[in-house]
Design a protein around this ligand. Structure first.
Ligand SMILES: [Zn+2]
Length: 128
């Protein structure tokens, strides 16, 4: 079994601190720990450290497992829409609310069966 090398100050391994199991500072969490709280690292979020611990599941890695740590305060809720995606959805909903005939955006979705707003549809119904 190899030595469990820890480096809480980050001096020896290129600046990334390495803590033992449950010795990492408060406010840091692994990806798994974030997920249990419904969070995930934000897009491009920096890894701020690592934890290492002995595990019988990691026999091929010398009995040592490691995981990256993220600042919990910077993590985002899982499933939160990115801004670009939210804008895209908004545009799609606007299109669905806009009548092809009178070009008016309605507070409701235009019926795909009618293909136009109820005002236009009623107008056609009146004319018939
Ligand atoms: Zn219309």
């Amino acid at each position: 079994m190899s030595r469990l090398e820890l480096d809480p100050t980050g001096e020896r391994f290129g600046g990334l601190p390495i803590w033992g199991w449950k010795t990492a500072p408060d406010g840091l969490a692994t990806r798994d720990q974030l997920r249990r709280e419904g969070l995930r690292p934000a897009c491009g979020q920096q890894v701020v450290g690592q934890i290492r611990w002995r595990s019988s599941k990691a026999r091929h890695d010398g009995g040592i497992r490691e995981a990256y740590l993220y600042r919990k305060a910077e993590a985002v809720p899982i499933g939160e829409l990115t801004e670009a995606r939210a804008r895209g959805l908004e545009a799609a909903m606007r299109r669905r609310r806009t009548c092809r005939t009178c070009r008016t955006e309605r507070p409701y979705y235009i019926s795909t069966r009618l293909g136009e707003c109820t005002t236009c549809a009623d107008g056609l119904a009146d004319a018939a």
